[in-house]
Design a protein around this ligand. Sequence first.
Ligand code: PAZ
Length: 316
Amino acid sequence: MADELRRDFAPPQVDVEEAGRAMEQFARGHSTEGRRVVLVTSGGTKVPLESRTVRFLDNFSSGRRGAASAEYFMQAGYAVIFLHRHRSLFPYNRRYSNQNWLDNLRLVPASGGEEPRLEAELNRLPGIVEVLEDYKRVKETGRMMALEYHTLSDYLHLLLAAARALNPLGSSAMFYLAAAVSDFYIPASEMPEHKIQSSSGPLQITMKMVPKMLSPLVKDWAPKAFVISFKLETDPQILIEKSRKALATYRHQVVVANILDTLRSYVMVVTNTEEAKLSVSDEEERSGIEIEDKIINDLTSRHTNFIEQTSSKQGL
Ligand code: PAZ
């Protein structure tokens, strides 16, 4: 797979070796302290159509699922590697992402030899005190490592590096693959260098299938880890069948299945033996409960069972 990535994709724009070393150190440190470590992937991917890229193929993912989930994992005691798309939503500050921050600040002019100061309009920032406290605590305790990807190639290389870094943790490592990764791309060797010209008429492109990373991840890179993939569909009729097919093909532990129209309020947690429905009612939503809270609650207890089963199989 590493060879395939090198051959077919433009070189990554991030220092993957350095990121791999940092992830290894992060994972080892937290695991030594008895903490479980989860890789959360988050956001969409951008697939270039030209090598000097003007146009690209994108998708709708905002990164909200991944950013919110990272917070709930930390609340549950996990250390989190947050692999997210550049400029997608980020844990904690996601809550204020639609705001113009300049409207939230008040200038206190300089006086009596003091520098000017900025004050925040607290009434425009609901919950900011708790959110800021949580964020500062996470920073101080080094419980989250954030890594950005810009391109699909960055994402694929970093996922491989993360899998290698988490493999030594065995069953206490979790992969929570919520990023919406493109299924299609144009190989570097087939991509036009310059901007595609509209004077050439209607555009026809043939894209290749992006290699399915889940397969080597589960089989070779981190075979003892607890792995969760996501499945998004627009047609509810095919959702469960496709989730089951993914479980049978890749042989991982869980698929979180969601439908575009209801993705903030309803998901199915699909395993080989059951389909558990998780939902947030209108009333719960009004009181600030998020579906990710329920998803993480469900998955962390499945992870505990998984670790226990793994160690009893090994006679530990
Ligand atoms: O990032 P977001 O919160 O806007 O959306 C989340 C999601 C729909 C991308 C995620 O829940 C998901 O289903 N990811 C996998 C999509 C797929 O490859 O089928």
